[in-house]
Design a protein around this ligand. Structure first.
Ligand code: ZN
Length: 492
C-alpha cells in the first residue's frame, strides 16, 4: 500500500465510524446518548478534516499522479483532490460552527413545524442561508454562480442552465397532463391498502420482497426508523430502514425503494471497498436506482405476478376480494397532495420543481425568507391544484433547508428521469414483462450492476448514462414514460 493510500485509509476509518454513529442515532441509540455522541462525532469530523487537509497528503498525491495508476487509483485520487479542495477553502472553526448551527436549526425547525410557526424558524433559516452562500463563495470557480456551486456538490455536470431546461420541460408537459388526469372519468379505488395491517406481517412481507429483489441479508440489515433511509459503510455492510403504518403500501414501497439504493451499494466492485470512490456515482444516480425499482419495476403488473399470491397469503383478510389487477391499479393511483414524500409517481417531480424554483430565488435573487410560505402555497396551487392551509403541510415539511442542504432536491427528480432514460433503452435489450412474470428480476438487476453499480464513483452520472444508453441526459424520455403509462391508466 502506498503512503497516500494509508492516509486515505485513516480518513475512511473516520468516515465509516461517523456513518455508523449516524445510523445508530436514527435507529437504536438511547435518548441520553445524544449530546455525548455529538462530541465524539465532532472529534471524528475534525480528525477526518485533519488527515485530508494535511499538506503531506497533497504532496504525496501530486507525486503519485506522475506515476502509472490503475483506473481505481485514478478515481480515488480525483475524489480525494475534490474533497481536499472543498475542505481546505472552509476554515475548520467555521466548519464546526456551521455543524453546531445546523444541529440547532433542525431542532428549531422541528419545534416550529409542531407549533405551526414559520416566524420562529425564519431567523435561523436566514443564518443557514447566509452560511451556505459563504461556503459556496469560497468554493466557487471564477464566474461560477453560487447556486451552481451548490448544485454541483450533489450532481456534477448539472447547473441551472441544464436544470432550467429539465424543469421547464416538466412544467410545460406534466402540469397540463396532470390536469387531464384529474378530469379523467376513470376512478381507482385504493381504500383497501389502508387498514389493520399488523407490523410483524408487514415485516414478513418486507423481508420476502427484499430477498426476492436480491438484497443480501449477509451483507445488509433491515431496521425501523421514523423516516426510511439507506446507510452504507461499504459494499459489504449496507443497512436499510422502513417505518410501519396502517397503509401497507407505504412501508412496502419504502422497502422496495431503499432496496434499490442497497442493491446499488452492494453491487459496487470489491476493488473499491472502503475507498473514496466506493459509493454510488451521485445523489441523482442513486435515486435513479431506488426509483427504478420502486416505480418503473415495482409498480408494474408483471412484477407482482410471481409475488402476489404470497401477498394474499400474508394478508388474507385485509385483501379479501382484491385481485392482482385491482391491487396494481391501486398502487398506481394519481392523487395530487401536499406532501412530497407521499407523492405518487406522476406528481412527485412537480413537488421537487417547486423547491428548485424557490431555492433559486433564495440563493440567486435574495428572496426574503418571510415570503416563502405564501409563494410555496401559490406554487402548489398553480402546479398541483392543491393549497396547504398550514406551514407543517407546506414550507416546513422537509428537513433539508434546516440542515443547509440547498441544491439537494433536484437530484430526486433527476434520478427519476435518469431511470426513465435507462428504461427506454433497456426495453430494446430485454423483455421486462416476461422476465418479471417468470420471476427473473435477477437478469435486470445484473444488467444494472454491469452498467452502473460496479463502477462506484469511477464514472459520473452523465458518463454512465452516455455509455449505457448511447446518449447524454435526455429528459424527454421521462415525460414520454409518464405520459404513456398514465395516459393508458387514465384513458387519455
Ligand atoms: Zn432515495
Amino acid at each position: 500500500m502506498k503512503e497516500w493510500e494509508k492516509y486515505l485509509e485513516r480518513a475512511m476509518a473516520c468516515q465509516t465510524a461517523l456513518t455508523l454513529f449516524e445510523w445508530d442515532n436514527e435507529t437504536l441509540a438511547p435518548e441520553e446518548a445524544g449530546s455525548w455522541t455529538a462530541r465524539v462525532q465532532g472529534t471524528l469530523s475534525e480528525m477526518y478534516q485533519e488527515v485530508m487537509t494535511d499538506p503531506r497528503l497533497t504532496e504525496l498525491i501530486e507525486e503519485a499522479e506522475k506515476e502509472e495508476l490503475t483506473d481505481v487509483q485514478r478515481a480515488v485520487i480525483r475524489e480525494a483532490k475534490e474533497e481536499i479542495r472543498k475542505l481546505s477553502c472552509i476554515p475548520p472553526e467555521e466548519y464546526r460552527a456551521f455543524q453546531e448551527l445546523s444541529a440547532e436549526s433542525t431542532r428549531v425547525w422541528a419545534k416550529a413545524r409542531e407549533s405551526q410557526d414559520f416566524e420562529a424558524f425564519a431567523p435561523i433559516l436566514e443564518k443557514i442561508i447566509s452560511c451556505q452562500k459563504c461556503f459556496a463563495a469560497c468554493q466557487a470557480r471564477e464566474g461560477q454562480k453560487l447556486y451552481d456551486v451548490m448544485l454541483d456538490n450533489y450532481e456534477k455536470g448539472f447547473d441551472m442552465e441544464k436544470l432550467d431546461e429539465f424543469f421547464g420541460m416538466l412544467k410545460e408537459e406534466l402540469v397540463p397532463f396532470l390536469h387531464q388526469v384529474r378530469e379523467s372519468r376513470v376512478r381507482i379505488s385504493d381504500e383497501f391498502l389502508k387498514g389493520d395491517y399488523p407490523e410483524e406481517k408487514q415485516r414478513e412481507l418486507a423481508e420476502y420482497v427484499a430477498e426476492y429483489m436480491g438484497f443480501d441479508f449477509h451483507k445488509g440489515v433491515l431496521a425501523v426508523s421514523a423516516h426510511p433511509f439507506t446507510t452504507n459503510l461499504h459494499n459489504h455492510d449496507v443497512r436499510i430502514t422502513t417505518h410501519y403504518s396502517d397503509r401497507m403500501d407505504s412501508s412496502l414501497f419504502s422497502v422496495i425503494h431503499e432496496c434499490g439504493h442497497a442493491l446499488y451499494e452492494m453491487g459496487i466492485g470489491d476493488e473499491l471497498t472502503q475507498t473514496l470512490a466506493g459509493q454510488g456515482a451521485s445523489m441523482g444516480m442513486h435515486e435513479s436506482q431506488s426509483r427504478f425499482f420502486e416505480n418503473i419495476i415495482g409498480r408494474k403488473e408483471a412484477f407482482w405476478i410471481p409475488l402476489y399470491s404470497r401477498v394474499k397469503e400474508i394478508f388474507p383478510e385485509q385483501l379479501k376480494g382484491v385481485g392482482r389487477e385491482m391491487f396494481v391499479k391501486a398502487i398506481n393511483k394519481v392523487e395530487p397532495g401536499l406532501i412530497r414524500t407521499e407523492a405518487d409517481e406522476l406528481t412527485y417531480s412537480l413537488h421537487v420543481m417547486i423547491r428548485y424554483e424557490l431555492e433559486k430565488l433564495l440563493i440567486e435573487e435574495d428572496l426574503d425568507v418571510r415570503e416563502l410560505p405564501q409563494l410555496w402555497a401559490d406554487k402548489y396551487e398553480e402546479y398541483l391544484g392543491v393549497r396547504p392551509t398550514t406551514v407543517a403541510e407546506g414550507v416546513l415539511q422537509d428537513i433539508h433547508w434546516a440542515q443547509g442542504s440547498f441544491g439537494y432536491f433536484p437530484s430526486y427528480a433527476l434520478g427519476s428521469a435518469f431511470g426513465a432514460q435507462m428504461y427506454e433503452y433497456m426495453k430494446g435489450q430485454m423483455d421486462f414483462d416476461s422476465l418479471l412474470a417468470r420471476g427473473e428480476i435477477g437478469v435486470i438487476r445484473e444488467y444494472l450492476r454491469e452498467h452502473i453499480h460496479r463502477y462506484g464513483k469511477c464514472r459520473t452520472s452523465r458518463e454512465i448514462l452516455k455509455e449505457m444508453t448511447g446518449e447524454d441526459f435526455n429528459p424527454a424520455c421521462y415525460v414520454r414514460y409518464l405520459k404513456e403509462k398514465y395516459g393508458k391508466l387514465y384513458q387519455i
